[in-house]
Design a protein around this ligand. Structure first.
Ligand code: OXD
Ligand code: MN
Length: 591
């Protein structure tokens, strides 16, 4: 620990120089180089409790757990003020907000000037990816938020191990985060892919402030992936062991708050026999082509930043167990005996509940007790379903890629693409209803290509081209499927029970891959033929099943028209293969 920015704080000259630059800009009172130790965590936790940033929870009920309440104006990602800053605007493309790098550095530099006066500046070296993996990458985040420092220790491999891996190299992601005064007018999240740098000001929310996650592991990493020949995706990675003892891995891209964490740690229905599900990752996958010609994936993260509401013993029993200890909670409600509560948990709300803003709450108030985007932050090792291969340096081989959105209509429970190009088109044009994970209106269908709309760090047309180019290089490509757990009937009820029962759909995919079932062709892809979905032990009426699997031509005409408009909006970078495949589907639908 030192207060003198010109002292050699680490053994890396490039890092020392950058720390010095940031300290001269922000004028902190003190600089702390985080070592990642348990002693450091305990010290920072004590400080955070003393300053009111963390509230200790009941140590009997939730040992090692703390509650954080954020500023009520700072509860979700803010896509409107998230920028990709490339010298050439076209490199950011139509789906990103763009700012010229000089303008961004000047604007945010002015806001950061002296902004850490009287505050501590934490320097957080971290590794994304298993230690020892050739695919791991080092970043350093500088922040004035103790909540960020403690969260980064959960979400990444942080501290000494990262400095050791970095050695004297000058190649690391430079992430600068300043909390400022949380005025939304002074909130900007800027990415400089050519500089491998991120500057984020005015927000303490995880997706804006834990720079390892969305900013580095997706936006900057997607850019690095295109340059270096790999892919950074908004995907969970899950292992499925069948009753015969064979394990296969699936990577699945869903927009934020659409059940990735639930699928990644699903509890198999007993009626299906002795299946076991293993979590490799719940949010981000880095994918490469292995020497065997298959696609291999690692999870760059070390913890989960999951949506709390709706998490229950029914929807995700493994998550309920893992948040029983050593976890941070943000913006959930607190019970009078110092435990946590949120909407959709199994227990009814106890009397005397304190809401996410710290105010007494009653059921009659009409307001939510926990914020809809309240979160848990939990180490990966807390997960009872953690894959024994989660730390494998080479990752795991991927047999299937799934895209999925939240759609009340149109999209069947499962739809298989007929080729890689068709699968890329499915992902590129997927739509989903917006959720509380991002600020703005909830429940509006928007195109969210590969669930990367808010996270692709470059021109989306070039991103699609990269997907096509990768497909051409994979000799044993994974099959590509689309799923929709959220279809509703005319009364607004979900037609498919979801959660653990989703394994039935995954089983059908594996059966397709193994050639055990032949599916039924529709103009837009393959759905399960009657009798192919294993419904053993499930109560679902034939009418519900039919609704779940229906491909309705009228709905699909509207869908393909909306997809065409989105594709056209991309402009010159849109690969012609996708336009051609879209035309082919439209022709087939027209019959
Ligand atoms: C997340 C998100 O937090 O996608 O994972 O918003
Ligand atoms: Mn996410």
């Amino acid at each position: 620990m030192s207060s003198d920015p010109d002292k050699h704080l680490t053994s890396n000259p490039a890092l020392n120089a950058w720390i010095g630059d940031v300290a001269r800009l922000t004028s902190p009172e003190k600089i702390v180089i985080c070592d990642g130790s348990a002693a450091e965590r305990d010290r920072l936790t004590t400080e955070a409790v003393a300053s009111g940033v963390l509230i200790p929870l009941n140590p009997q009920k939730r040992p090692g757990c703390y509650l954080h309440r954020s500023n009520p104006n700072d509860v979700a990602r803010t896509e409107e003020v998230t920028f990709v800053c490339t010298p050439n605007k076209d490199d950011a493309g139509v789906t990103n907000h763009w700012m010229a790098p000089d303008e961004a550095y000047n604007k945010l530099g002015a806001l950061l000037k002296d902004s850490m006066r009287g505050r501590t500046m934490y320097v957080i070296p971290y590794v994304m990816g298993p230690l020892g993996s050739p695919f791991a990458k080092v970043g350093v985040e500088i922040t004035d938020s103790i909540y960020v420092a403690l969260s980064m220790r959960i979400m990444t491999r942080m501290g000494r191990a990262a400095l050791a891996l970095l050695g004297e190299s000058e190649h690391f992601n430079r992430g600068l985060h300043g909390t400022l005064d949380l005025d939304p007018q002074r909130r900007f999240i800027c990415h400089f892919p050519q500089d491998n740098a991120i500057w984020s000001v005015g927000s303490g929310y995880g997706g804006n402030a834990l720079l390892s996650k969305k900013c580095f592991a997706l936006r900057i990493a997607s850019w690095l992936g295109r340059t270096e020949g790999w892919m950074a995706e908004h995907m969970l990675i899950v292992g499925l062991r069948n009753p015969q003892g064979e394990t296969r891995y699936i990577a699945a891209a869903f927009p934020s708050a659409c059940g990735k964490t639930n699928l990644a740690m699903l509890l198999p229905p007993q009626a299906l026999g002795d299946w076991k599900v293993f979590t490799v990752g719940d949010d981000i996958g880095w994918l490469r082509i292995g020497p065997d010609g298959r696609l291999w994936a690692i999870n760059p993260e070390n913890g989960y930043f999951g949506v709390a509401p709706g998490t229950s013993a029914r929807s995700n029993p493994n998550a309920m167990r893992m948040v029983g200890h050593d976890s941070l909670f943000t913006n959930v409600a607190m019970t009078p005996d110092g435990d946590i509560w949120w909407e959709g948990m199994d227990a009814p709300p106890p009397a005397g509940l304190i809401d996410w803003r710290g105010k007494p709450w009653t059921a009659g108030s009409g307001a939510k007790a926990a914020h809809p985007n309240s979160r848990f932050t939990t180490p990966m090792t807390n997960n009872p379903a953690l894959s024994p291969h989660a730390e494998d340096p080479e990752g795991v081989p991927i047999s299937a890629i799934i895209f999925g959105g939240r759609r009340a209509t149109t999209m069947p429970l499962v739809l298989e693409s007929t080729s890689w190009v068709h699968g890329v088109l499915m992902g590129a044009t997927m739509g989903s209803e917006t959720t509380a994970a991002a600020a703005g209106q909830v429940g509006v269908v928007r195109r969210d290509p590969m669930a990367m709309l808010p996270f692709c760090g470059y021109n989306i047309g070039d991103y699609f081209r990269h997907w096509l180019a990768m497909g051409a290089k994979i000799s044993h490509p994974p099959r590509i499927f689309m799923v929709n757990w959220f279809r509703k009937d005319g009364n607004g009820n979900f037609v498919w029970p979801g959660y653990g029962e989703n394994l039935r759909v995954l089983k059908w995919m594996l059966d397709r891959i193994d050639g055990k079932v032949s599916g039924r062709e529709t103009p837009v892809g393959i759905v399960p033929a009657p009798g192919e979905l294993d419904l053993n032990g499930l109560e679902i009426s034939p009418r519900q099943l039919e609704q779940a699997l229906a491909v309705n031509p009228d709905e699909w005409r509207v869908e393909l028209e909306s997809a065409a408009q989105f594709l056209q909006s991309i402009g010159a970078t849109l690969p012609a293969e996708l336009t051609e495949k879209h035309r082919e589907l439209s022709r087939r639908l027209a019959g």
